[in-house]
Write a protein that binds this ligand. Structure first.
Ligand code: 5GP
Length: 119
């Protein structure tokens, strides 16, 4: 799947759409989800054009892979989530109901989240 420069997270990275920023470094941007599914619901995206985890894991440089995953962990630390814990989700493709075609990790926390999947 080719990267779509008009997806909403590309627009956020270009500053065309505002976001409620939590953390930013050279590799990643983290911001609150506009439609939170938990008391804490933050999205972390790489600052590069990757559609999904499939694309990113196959094609990103070692520096970007490392920097992005450090940024995910750093965001959770900044949010103070390490004590009580948190859940990471990266929906990839249609089975997982990925809506935005730019890789993103959801960080979910702030309460007991229950079973991993709805049934
Ligand atoms: P997906 O289903 O692709 O894993 O998740 C996409 C997420 O992006 C959803 O949780 C949705 O609420 C969030 N989202 C969609 N558009 C925007 C937006 O313009 N701003 C922010 N902050 N989040 C968005």
């Amino acid at each position: 799947m080719a990267y779509d420069q008009n997806n909403v997270f590309a627009k956020i990275l270009r500053g065309e759409i505002p976001c409620d920023k939590i953390y930013e470094d050279d590799f990643a941007l983290a911001f609150n989800d506009i439609n939170a599914q938990a008391p804490v619901h933050v999205l972390v995206i790489p600052k590069a054009d990757y559609v999904s985890m499939a694309d990113f894991s196959a094609n990103a440089s070692a520096d970007l892979l490392a920097g992005f995953f450090r940024a995910v962990g750093e965001t959770a630390r900044i949010l103070g989530l390490e004590g009580d814990g948190y859940r990471l989700i990266a929906n990839t493709g249609s089975n997982a109901h990925q809506e935005v075609p730019h890789l993103h990790f959801h960080i979910l926390s702030g309460k007991k989240l229950g079973p991993m999947l709805s049934r």
